[in-house]
Design a protein around this ligand. Sequence first.
Ligand SMILES: [Zn+2]
Length: 124
Amino acid sequence: MAFLDKLTAAAKSAGDKANAAIEIGKLNMKIKSETASIEQFKAQIGDLLWAQYQAGSVTDPQIVALCESIAAANTTIDDLQAKIDQLKVEPEAEAAPVERHCPQCGAPVAQDARFCNSCGVRLE
Ligand SMILES: [Zn+2]
């Protein structure tokens, strides 16, 4: 706390509001950084409890209930992903390759062909 008091005093004695604003900005950045650290630690606690739940070693009913919610959400995600996979596969399976033919002689021509291989007509 003494360190923070010194910083505050220094900023004020300079009589420079801009300096004070810069210090406040730095201190707010530090608060933001510490807050982010707390969230990371909380997430790690959650990961540990989740692992313990999966190992069957969690007995606290509140934590069990939360872990069951995670398990249910995971099941929902799996279902949704399966639907996405189905939607991705079906159009490919049904879409037959579009054939292209020469308008002049009717010979099959490559999609990117500029001239017919058979009769030599210019293709559009
Ligand atoms: Zn042709």
